[in-house]
Design a binder for this molecule. Sequence first.
Ligand code: SF4
Ligand code: ZN
Length: 374
Amino acid sequence: MEITAKSEIKLIELLYSLGIPAEAVLIEIGGKLVPETATAKKGHKINIIFYKHVPPSSSPSEPRGHWARAKPKSTCDKCKSKPVIYLPYAKVHLCKKHFSELFEKRIKRTIREYKMLKKGDKVGLGLSGGKDSYALLYTLSKVRESLPFELVALTIDEGIPGYRDAAIENAEKRCRELGISQHVYSFSEEYGKTISQIAKAGKENLCSYCGVLRRKLLNSKSRELGLTKLAIGHNLDDVAQTAMLNLIRNEPMRFARFNDPVENERFVPRIRPLRDIREKEVAAYAYLHGHKYDSGCCCPHATGALRWSVRHELNSLEDQYPGTKSKIATSFNTLQEIVKKEVSADNSNLKCCKECGEPASEEICMSCKMLSDL
Ligand code: SF4
Ligand code: ZN
């Protein structure tokens, strides 16, 4: 969305007058990323980059709480360069160099803390061509400089015309640039149906179908390739949303399932190195390292899901109370430990699906049930 400033205007005030939380967008002026604490001068072209759909707003029309108090700054808090981002929870402005350093340091810390990787691992990365998996590809290829492991990309083509085609092209280009080999698998070849065909069949919970079928393919292909870990681009927002969804849907036992039940040897363990980083920062990092945002950024089916509303509410909350997402994610970890103890007996009952041989909690796995249902 491009807007020409009619007079001098604070970016945060402009966003709020449009009902857009600062958490949900990046802003470019003159082709450069700027923090939302900045002011646009008369005639400036303000490019608001939506990296996800933003639903109609229930946000206040003017900044309140944190953003009403946030002070602009013309230099990075660590050096004299121009800032590209403001981190509200830490109250700091950072330039590209210092923001990237912080971002990479935090990923390395997450990898260490959760013991995600070890020397000699063969890691597959679920590369969709979107900002999250690109940011992950870029940082993991950097982490490899100090911790040697094999890295390959796995791309799933669900068959969403106009959205996935461009993203897959993007993913292929990224792999070529970084010298990483890539494997592409499609729903139509593996399942005989694209997700768009499933949508036409009138399935309401399309994202559940899509998610279950994609997870199965990623797992079975990782196993076939002999991979020891599967890296997924889930960020802090995804974790916080999942926690809220588990509560809203009254599915507390799902807290235990976020990390895969590694008891089953047919599961390739998943790692989420971006899990402690807000989506906005992942979007900014990807942008600063060459990811392009265009109008086809989001899946056209995304807007119907409950997750979409939860995302928006969390963004509004985070704007007013910086650190909210992080606190939800920490509670998630605590609850996960508690619930895990309750379900550990169930996990040991994991079987293999009678139809496809993939791990399942019942005789027939969820994806085989879904496919027979179509
Ligand atoms: Fe699949 Fe839903 Fe994601 Fe679209 S938004 S790619 S349908 S899970
Ligand atoms: Zn700096």
